[in-house]
Design a protein around this ligand. Structure first.
Ligand SMILES: N[C@@H](CC(=O)O)C(=O)NCC(=O)O
Length: 743
């Protein structure tokens, strides 16, 4: 900004009302930021699960769209900075884009109401296209709003301080960062709880409308709070299109350099010096400072590539773990709260203890060194995530490959059966009826035989037998003998149910992946002589019939079984991510449901979510070293009128980071998740080495000092006035040309 204009702005700054040395208007801005971040992070916390389990997208698509959205949120700050600087000013930009943001949140919340398209009232939306279209529209509006206001709010906060409040200004930025994390912490705790509720008009489903609705309401509150402070703000007028000037100056320098590419022209120290014919030395020097920092930013997106996966891959990882902390149960998406909790504790610890201690030891822990160490911390966080993933993989069922089939046999007949697979030893399947003795013991009803070349007994699921051929023939020792030809589904798990009348045996397909969201899949086989109604099941169960799976949440669950005349209750405590088949015997009511037996189709998740804490600790330590330092670095190395330009550039590194996740997730599909984590960690280590080399050659500057020096030089430069006049004339000519072209 030209000095004259800056002086004008200073003069215009009226004396503002103060409280404890702070302008009162600042409280409105801080509360506004808290609500806005609550809204943003609350919505983000449940977004991947909404994609995965409401829109039914697979893991990769859900992760890709999530990162595309985050990338968009960090690209739009450029737009916000341009609108604020050259057109509306910060105050109006924040208001208008906040309205866009709030509308986006409302559209998003509406898109999650399954009842709006659930005409057949079966609990699932009938028109996915409408839900997808609405949610995409909502996300684009949110990205425009949140990104657009991002570079404006902090700067607008800074504008409220007067010259005598420089100490308070520094504290403001710390409080501002703490508010971001307080908002993020609360919303990440609350919205998953709201999501876990059941709601609906026709059918009760996961309450996504509430989980997205509350962030929408908070965004409206944020806007109202901001407007409420309107009378107290110091509002500065738009400072001219600095981004436009920068781009024009760079374009001119490149063009001029190209025009003078011949060896006859003397070389200049820097390619930007080719703008000297037309542009002010000060502007050129400022652009050089910005470009130097932007060049240093090139490797930085890789940090964000890893950092932002805590909201996607790490949340999905948590769904395959157990969140039972004794007194309370943590939902998978709530694990993300560990990050803001650690931020709230680590920022003061680092600032007050660690960094001063390092300084005391005589070590020069410069900002760029801190950022490199931050990157290495993030890389180790991913190694920790890979180790946790390996532990999880050990507990996952051994699902059949696409060329294999798995079979389990459940014998509900009153006698043990001998079964023969041609060219195999005869096999004995114990009768469920004969062998059940005590309550809820696992029924001994699976194959027991020696392993042969085409039959594999996997260690992790002993009740399933794996076949590498599709068609098999089984012979049962009944009179007359029953021969059964089975055509198994490749890549699938099936159960052969042998009812009380063995000739009526049938195949039932089993669940072949972990139940969603850490829930438990249960089904019942009706061995009772009449139909049964069971709570939670869609329809009544005919004799010998097997129900489809129904999902139940973690904790004690009660099922009431009734045949219309008699009834009994059956309760069981569930963990996370298990699957059971419950066998109902013929003496159900005489034993008051006690004789129900269970077969564990899939064991519950056993790796505890607490194991994710080390990876969260490492990534957050990395964030404090990288992100907080990076923000300060961007601010301190930017010329005074380009602080927002550099802030937008800094935010852009985050956008590019998210785009990299998209590319790697789509192109480099690795068969094992832990391998993908190791790949990302290795990439970041490689990038941090490159960054440390670039940092080694970087010389820290004091922009204010350089600017003052150039201004001093210019005062004594006789060409200065002439150049300025030429520049103004050329600009006028350009404008006239444009007008004429339009006519
Ligand atoms: N630590 C993050 C918040 C989170 O991930 O919960 C943070 O401070 N981000 C900065 C922001 O502006 O959102």
């Amino acid at each position: 900004m030209p000095d004259s204009k800056m002086d004008e702005t200073k003069k215009k700054k009226k004396k503002t009302a103060e409280c404890c040395g702070y302008p009162i208007s600042i409280f409105f801005i801080v509360v506004n930021e808290f609500c806005e971040r609550f809204s943003y992070y609350g919505m983000r916390a449940v977004l991947v699960l909404y994609f995965r389990y409401f829109l039914l997208w697979d893991d990769d698509l859900a992760t890709s769209i999530y990162h595309a959205f985050v990338a968009l949120c960090y690209l739009t700050p450029i737009l916000g900075a341009i609108i604020a600087d050259s057109w509306l000013g910060k105050f109006k930009t924040i208001i208008y884009l906040s309205i866009v943001y709030a509308v986006g949140q409302v559209v998003m919340a509406v898109s999650t109401i399954h009842d709006i398209t659930d005409a057949n009232r079966d609990g699932t939306p009938d028109n996915f296209t409408l839900h997808i279209a609405l949610s995409m529209l909502g996300l684009v509006l949110i990205a425009l709003g949140t990104g657009g206001i991002k570079p404006c709010v902090a700067a607008f906060g800074g504008d409220q301080f007067q010259e005598h409040q420089s100490r308070q200004l520094n504290t403001f930025f710390s409080v501002f960062y703490l508010c971001i994390n307080a908002g993020s912490l609360l919303s990440t705790l609350i919205t998953p709880v709201l999501r876990a509720q059941e709601c609906g008009i026709h059918t009760q489903q996961q309450c996504y409308p509430l989980a997205f609705g509350v962030p929408a309401a908070l965004m409206v509150v944020s806007l109202v709070v901001f407007i409420a402070g309107s009378g107290m703000y110091t509002k500065t007028a738009p400072e001219g299109n600095i981004m436009g000037s920068v781009c024009k100056c760079i374009w001119f320098a490149l063009n001029n350099r190209f025009r003078h590419r011949s060896d006859i022209y003397p070389k200049r120290e820097h390619w930007m010096d080719w703008a000297e014919e037309k542009y002010d030395k000060l502007l050129i020097a400022q652009i050089k400072m910005v470009l130097k920092v932007l060049f240093l930013y090139i490797p930085l997106p890789m940090f964000w590539t890893l950092f932002d996966q805590k909201g996607s891959r790490w949340t999905l990882q948590a769904t395959t773990m157990t969140g039972d902390f004794g007194g309370f149960v943590l939902q998978p998406d709530q694990m993300q709260t560990v990050n803001p909790i650690l931020i709230l504790t680590l920022v003061p610890i680092m600032d007050r203890i660690i960094f001063p201690l390092i300084k005391k030891c005589g070590l020069n822990f410069s900002p760029l060194k801190r950022m490199t160490v931050g990157m290495l911390f993030a890389a180790t966080a991913f190694i920790a995530a890979a180790l946790v993933q390996m532990e999880i993989d050990k507990t996952l069922p051994n699902f059949p490959s696409s060329s294999e089939s798995q079979l389990k046999v459940v014998n509900m007949h009153s006698e043990s059966l001998i079964v023969t697979v041609p060219s195999q030893e005869p096999l004995l399947i114990g009768s469920f009826e004969v062998q059940h003795t005590s309550k809820h013991t696992t029924a001994v009803s699976h194959w027991c035989f020696t392993i042969s070349s085409h039959v594999v007994f996997p260690q992790s699921s002993p009740d399933y037998i794996t076949f590498d051929q599709q068609d098999i023939r089984l012979a049962f020792n009944t009179t007359p003998e029953i021969n059964k030809d089975l055509s198994l589904i490749k890549g699938s798990r099936q159960t052969l149910i042998i009812p009380s009348e063995p000739a009526e045996m049938y195949l039932k397909e089993d669940i072949k992946s972990k139940p969603k969201e850490g829930k438990n899949a249960v089904r019942f086989v009706n061995g009772w002589t009449a139909y049964l109604n069971i709570t939670n099941l869609e329809s009544s169960l005919q004799p010998s019939e097997t129900s489809n799976y129904t999902l139940v949440s973690q904790g004690m669950r009660k099922f009431t079984l009734t045949d219309g005349i008699q009834s009994c209750e059956f309760s069981r405590k569930f963990g996370f991510g298990s699957s059971y088949t419950f066998l109902i015997p013929s003496d159900l009511f005489s034993t008051d449901c006690e004789s129900i037996k269970e077969i564990e189709d899939m064991q519950p998740n056993s790796v505890h979510m607490a194991l994710q804490i080390p990876q969260y600790f490492l990534i957050t330590t990395g964030e404090v070293m990288f992100s907080v330092t990076g923000l300060q670095f961007s601010y301190s190395q930017a010329p005074k009128n380009m602080k927002s330009v550099l802030q937008a550039g800094w935010l852009c590194t985050n956008a590019v980071g998210n785009i990299i996740v998209l590319i790697v997730a789509e192109l480099g599909k690795l068969p094992k998740q832990w391998a993908e984590y190791v790949l990302f960690a290795s990439l970041l280590v490689a990038v941090s080495i490159i960054f440390s080399i670039m940092a080694y050659f970087y010389t820290y500057i004091d922009p204010a000092e350089i600017e003052a020096e150039i201004l001093k030089q210019q005062e004594t430069d006789p060409d200065k006035k002439k150049k300025k006049e030429t520049l103004e004339m050329e600009e006028k000519e350009n404008e006239q040309e444009i007008k004429q072209t339009k006519i």
